[in-house]
Every structure is written in C-alpha cells, then in structure tokens.
Design a binder for this molecule. Structure first.
Ligand SMILES: Cc1cc2nc3c(=O)[nH]c(=O)nc-3n(C[C@H](O)[C@H](O)[C@H](O)COP(=O)(O)O)c2cc1C
Length: 175
C-alpha cells in the first residue's frame, strides 16, 4: 500500500522489568516503567535463570534500605544475576530512595545491581547525570554519574514522571 505508515525505527527485543520493593514505592515505579514500554513487571521474588534466558533486556530496580543496601528480596536475585551469563543481554538499572533522610547513601542499592550485571557480562545502559539531584554521597555514582535512574518518590515525586520519560527515551534505542 502506498500510504502504509513508516515502520517503527526500533523494534524492542524481549524485555522485562524486575523490581524489589518493601512498601510498594519501587513496585509502583516498576509498573509505570513497564506500562510505558508495554511489557511486564515482575517481583524479584519470582526472578529466576529461566526469566533471564527468556529475555534480551532486563530493566532491574531496587529501593534502598539499611544504609545504602539492596531491598531484601534482591539478595537471591543478585545471585541469579551473578550465576548467569549476561553477555549479549542489555541491562538498565533504576532505584528509589530518599535523598533527604539518607543523603549519604542515596539510592546506593543500585550499585549492587549494576556491579552484578556488569560482572556477568551485560551491556549496562542508562546512566544518568547527577544534575538536578541534591544529596551528599552515593555508591550508585560512578565516574560522576548515577549508574541508572535514581528516583526519590518520598521528597520529589513531582519529578518522577519526567525523569522516567527522559530515561526511557535515552535507553529505548538500546532495547
Ligand atoms: C530504615 C530505612 C532505611 C533506608 N535507607 C535508605 C538509604 O540508605 N538510601 C536511600 O536512598 N533511601 C533509604 N530509605 C528510603 C527508601 O528507599 C524509600 O522510602 C523508598 O521509597 C522505599 O521503597 P519501597 O517501598 O519500594 O521499598 C530507607 C528507608 C527506611 C525506612
């Protein structure tokens, strides 16, 4: 047909969003990201080697607890990541935290997800400038940038949507 619409420039490969969340904040963010991409969000409690095998792209998110630590349910999930061969897979990391009450460890849990994915050979995309954030320190900042999308839905929920949208535009061509 002559007037056939132009083909999408990028066809997204098989993608899943995996989250760890204790009080529902990171879960809600994961659902939002998944809905915007038109894919499923899964609790990390259900994450497994099979899920890794079935997907090309893993978008993985954690809230931060303790002092800069992973959300509890991620400890087994990190073992899954570490035991997997992620070469050829693309990983993007997101996290939620509280930059006022935990300014020294803001979104620190993201660092463990990033390190595990990298160690297993994944291509990690989606680093984010620290511009526009107020915090003192974070393990999730490497070479001057967050290793993924840092969100603070406690104090800055008005910024969450625009941060997610900008990040998705940034990573979509890699997915
Ligand atoms: C005991 C406790 C420790 C926390 N530690 C951190 C922290 O080190 N860094 C951070 O950015 N946020 C920290 N937070 C904030 C949570 O990450 C934040 O409330 C988040 O939205 C919770 O998400 P969830 O409901 O998905 O688990 C902490 C919160 C609590 C209650």
């Amino acid at each position: 047909m002559k007037n056939e619409p132009k083909k999408e420039k990028y066809k997204m490969k098989k993608t899943i969003v995996v989250f760890g969340s204790s009080t529902g904040t990171c879960e809600a963010i994961a659902e939002k990201i998944a809905a915007k991409l038109g894919v499923e969000a899964m609790n990390v409690a259900d994450f497994s080697a099979d899920v890794v095998a079935e997907n090309d792209n893993l978008i993985i998110g954690t809230s931060t607890w303790g002092a800069g630590e992973l959300q509890d349910d991620w400890y087994d999930g990190v073992s899954v990541l570490k035991d997997s061969d992620l070469s050829g897979k693309t990983v993007a990391v997101f996290g939620c935290g509280d930059c006022e009450s935990y300014s020294d460890t803001f979104c620190g849990g993201m660092a463990e997800l990033y390190d595990a994915a990298k160690a297993s050979g994944a291509t990690v995309v989606g680093e984010v400038s620290t511009d526009g954030y107020t915090f003192d320190d974070s393990d999730a900042v490497k070479d001057g940038k967050f290793v993924g999308l840092a969100l603070d839905d406690v104090n800055e929920d008005d910024k969450t949507d625009e941060r997610i949208d900008a990040w998705l535009e940034q990573i979509k061509p890699s997915l």
